[in-house]
Design a protein around this ligand. Structure first.
Ligand code: CTP
Length: 404
């Protein structure tokens, strides 16, 4: 998951005491892989959970744990370490550390760095559910938010202590995504984006059906990029084996009719609709409610098909449609079919590609079709392309689709 937003960024990754420290090894690996410089600073308590040696090996830089570290020549570690930083991320952020931050305490290297910083501060709380629910913790978190500190999580679920509830740290991938979002240009801030993605599945009987080879990767990448660009995102997904992008609301469906109904229910609340799904054009009329068996005389089954609703066209026909973006996967003559399809569906923007060649692949090459002509974008991996497409969509939004 290459994320251009993190390449070249300088992060101070502050670790405080908590069992979730083990997850920071993976977070560090993801950040370094994305091209960020990660300067790890640990509190004394954090070193009880994971060693500085491990964090040094993963970050590729010396780890600092003390304000009195002789490696910093002028003894100004608390200023020097964050001088170049684009952000300080505290993960895990313990109850105690949040309390200190909320009160401006500066009694060790990490707290002093936070108080002396000029860059944004992101905290990733991790604690037992009772500690999280404690009114003092809630007061401290509210104070930190009011002070402009970004809070990522916590998550809900099983905890190291055996209890279940709010307070556990977000998974490393989710923290990574949230940090990437923090740095992404907020070109869709305040916008609401509805997307369809993946194939549909049209049943023939309870065990068989008709589907297609769409992996859903492009639609999911766009949902993730839209979320990172500041939008509220609702993703209506056909059957795919993909994780929900962080911060995205996902609704799973099987058939084209279900996808249509889900979209039509949601669409009044959205100002952008991006139809990426490879929707089945037809479904079997009266799918059998029992498994169709072979017959003794080898008679072949026959099916009657009926046409599925065209979701994109239906949305574009609404009296007050959102800004509609279509996708077209063609097997040839993209230039001709792309523009023809855009005009037929009556949408301002259609993104065309040679689909059957790219299904399941991690990269893609697309052409933008609009009334004024078409533009080819360079081949890129699907996530980078998704960010580019989101920026292209943002540029074309009419002011009338702004949420008041
Ligand atoms: N689409 C849709 N509902 C359908 C069919 C397509 O919303 N029932 C949307 C797709 O999500 C995509 C665009 O319409 O954004 C074009 O899809 P495509 O399958 O290429 O178009 P079709 O109209 O089905 O044309 P074709 O005859 O090439 O299959």
């Amino acid at each position: 998951m290459a994320t251009a937003e993190l390449a070249g960024k300088h992060l101070v990754l502050g670790m405080t005491g908590g069992i979730a420290c083990y997850k920071i090894a993976e977070l560090t690996r993801l950040l370094v892989k994305a091209g960020a410089t990660v300067q790890v600073v640990m509190t004394e308590a954090a070193t009880q959970f994971i060693t500085p040696v491990t964090m040094q090996a993963l970050s590729g830089r010396p780890v600092y744990t003390s304000q009195w570290d002789a490696r910093v020549p002028n003894n100004m570690a608390h200023i020097d370490l964050s001088r170049e930083a684009d952000a300080i991320v505290i993960a895990p952020a313990s109850t105690d550390f949040l309390a200190k931050l909320a009160h401006g305490v500066a009694d060790d290297l990490l707290t002093t760095l936070c108080v002396a910083r000029e860059c944004p501060l992101l905290v990733v709380p991790a604690m037992n559910r009772q500690m999280w629910a404690n009114p003092a913790t809630q007061r401290n978190v509210a104070q930190l938010r009011a002070d402009g500190v970004e809070t990522l999580g916590p998550d809900s679920g099983p905890q190291a202590c055996g209890e279940v509830g709010d307070g556990r740290m977000l998974e490393p991938e989710a923290v990574y995504e949230a940090i990437a979002s923090f740095f992404a240009p907020q070109v869709l801030a305040g916008r609401r984006v509805l997307l369809t993605a993946g194939p549909t599945f049209e049943p023939i009987d309870p065990v068989r059906g008709i589907t297609n080879r769409s992996s859903g990767k492009m639609g999911f990448a766009l949902a993730r990029a839209a979320q990172q660009a500041g939008a509220d995102v609702h993703l209506v997904a056909g059957p795919v084996a993909l994780d929900t992008p962080w911060g995205v609301f996902r609704e799973d469906v099987q058939t084209a009719q279900q996808m249509h109904d889900a979209v039509m229910r949601a669409v009044p609340d959205y100002d952008i609709f991006i139809a990426v799904a490879a929707v089945a054009d037809w479904r079997v009329d009266h799918a059998s409610d029992h498994k169709i068996k072979k017959t003794a005389d080898h008679r072949l089954p026959s099916f009657t098909f009926v046409e599925n609703p065209d979701i994109l066209a239906a949305v574009a026909r609404l009296p007050h449609p959102p800004f509609c973006v279509g996708f077209a996967a063609e097997s040839g003559d993209l230039d001709v079919h792309g523009e023809e399809k855009r005009a037929r569906k009556n949408v301002p923007l259609l993104i065309g590609n040679l689909g059957p060649l790219t299904f399941g692949r991690d990269d893609n090459e697309v052409v933008l079709f609009e009334a004024s002509g078409h533009t080819k974008l360079p081949r890129a991996d699907k996530q980078a392309l998704a960010s580019t497409l989101i920026a292209e969509i943002a540029k074309r939004l009419p002011d009338t689709s702004l949420i008041s």
